[in-house]
Design a protein around this ligand. Structure first.
Ligand SMILES: N[C@@H](CCC(=O)N[C@@H](CS)C(=O)NCC(=O)O)C(=O)O
Length: 219
């Protein structure tokens, strides 16, 4: 299988880390949604990542659909989302908040890295920052010890840890202000696992797609 996308994307990384946990070999095609837009449109009608190309060439997109497919390839007891309730719905709820956190961080990043200062909408930035802070404190209140729910790593853990790394890497000022000690320790714990390290956040790939830090001169 071929995973399309860069390792500065939390959505791409959560697919890669899951494949590592499931010990599924894959190749990667490093395409940027910005600098390789035409090539991206050829593999996903929305030009978005992640895309997973299956052995027969079929293309899957959106990390949720990809992870759902991958779960079907492993025995039930190995899946990162358990089959039985109430654990299943609880993990999916935590995952929804963690994924939403990544989406709001992405939205905020677009304002700072891709839009001229004069065209930025402070009200939209403030709204996204409120949602980010709210999601972080909700996750923090779960006090992961060591996992966000249950006695083994789940898709909620993978997604939350990767979202926090993404915040640290691309929204460092926001990360410094955030109150999220439990979630921060959880992130360190997860990123210390070999399955995460093999799909580590890539600052070089971020730069390749034209990412500019928030406080870069001229912004
Ligand atoms: N809900 C999607 C979100 C994917 C997403 O937003 N990816 C970003 C990159 S981090 C992207 O492709 N952005 C390009 C765009 O929205 O045009 C998923 O889980 O796969």
């Amino acid at each position: 299988m071929i995973l399309v996308g860069q390792y500065d994307s939390p959505f791409v990384r959560r697919v890669a880390v899951t494949m590592n946990i499931y010990t599924m070999p894959f190749e990667r095609r490093v395409l940027s949604v910005f600098t390789d837009f035409e090539a991206m449109l050829a593999v996903n009608p929305l030009g978005k990542v992640p895309v997973l190309q299956l052995e027969d060439g079929e293309l899957l997109y959106d990390s949720r659909a990809i992870l759902d497919y991958l779960d079907g390839l492993v025995p039930v007891e190995k899946r990162l989302v358990p089959a039985g309730e109430p654990h299943r719905r609880r993990i999916l709820r935590i995952e929804a908040v963690a994924l939403g956190l990544a989406e709001k961080l992405y939205e905020r990043g677009v304002e700072f890295a891709r839009r001229d200062q004069a065209k930025r909408d402070p009200a939209m930035v403030a709204r996204a920052e409120t949602q980010i802070a709210s999601a972080l404190s909700w996750l923090d209140a779960l006090r992961p010890a060591p996992w966000l729910h249950g006695d083994r790593i789940s898709r909620a853990d993978v997604t939350a840890a990767i979202a926090v790394t993404y915040m640290r890497e691309k929204h460092s000022a926001l990360a410094a202000r955030a109150q999220h000690a439990f979630v921060a320790a959880h992130c360190d714990r997860c990123e210390g696992l070999i399955e995460f390290a093999r799909a580590a956040y890539s600052a070089a790939e971020a730069q390749r797609s034209g990412w500019r830090p928030e406080h870069a001169p001229g912004l």
